[in-house]
Write a protein that binds this ligand. Sequence first.
Ligand SMILES: CC(C)(COP(=O)(O)OP(=O)(O)OC[C@H]1O[C@@H](n2cnc3c(N)ncnc32)[C@H](O)[C@@H]1OP(=O)(O)O)[C@@H](O)C(=O)NCCC(=O)NCCS
Length: 185
Amino acid sequence: MRLETERLILRPWRDADKKPYAAIIGDPDVRRFFPAVGTYADADAGIERARQRLDSFGFSFLAVERKQDGAFMGMLGMAPFRDELRAAIPTNPAVEIGWQLGKQFWGQGYAPEGARAFLDYAWMPLGLPEVVAITYEGNWPSRRVMEKIGMTHDPRGNFEHPDVPSGHKVRPHVLYRITNPALGI
Ligand SMILES: CC(C)(COP(=O)(O)OP(=O)(O)OC[C@H]1O[C@@H](n2cnc3c(N)ncnc32)[C@H](O)[C@@H]1OP(=O)(O)O)[C@@H](O)C(=O)NCCC(=O)NCCS
């Protein structure tokens, strides 16, 4: 799977992405709405999991590259929820979309641009009925991306993230959703 937008290339992961991706998830600013920064081992495991999901489902979280200069920018993509996480969300959604970019790339509309291309792919050729996004309730930059790509907050989907320790500030999560326009709902 490979998607292109005006300014971005969304492509499968390369081993050479592991170090720069580890630097992004190891940045305390990037992870200010997460319980902890990510390590190199987390980056490695995340990339390997994304590769497996691409093999299994035909779509996944992909590497984001800027067309203009080939800069590695981070991660953006879609994947089915893990069973434990899905079970923790009241509306029992199937597929999520998500993003994480290095901070030098923020504020230029890159995440919505890449996410729109992924949603187009979700509707056609994948034919998914719905895509959702989840984030810590206070992660307003991410919530803005969800709004910009036409997603709507569904308060019935609010939940406590099972991977975040009980009582931690970033445990309460919100859910946004968007339906395949071809379904006419
Ligand atoms: C969420 C994220 C992907 C947004 O990407 P982006 O390409 O900057 O998206 P946009 O340019 O559309 O900006 C979205 C919002 O981010 C905020 N923002 C923009 N520049 C910012 C900056 N330099 N610092 C902090 N927030 C900023 C604004 O609220 C903006 O909304 P606005 O356009 O209505 O003002 C990016 O902030 C990021 O990678 N954050 C860290 C990882 C993360 O939290 N991922 C989501 C996990 S659920």
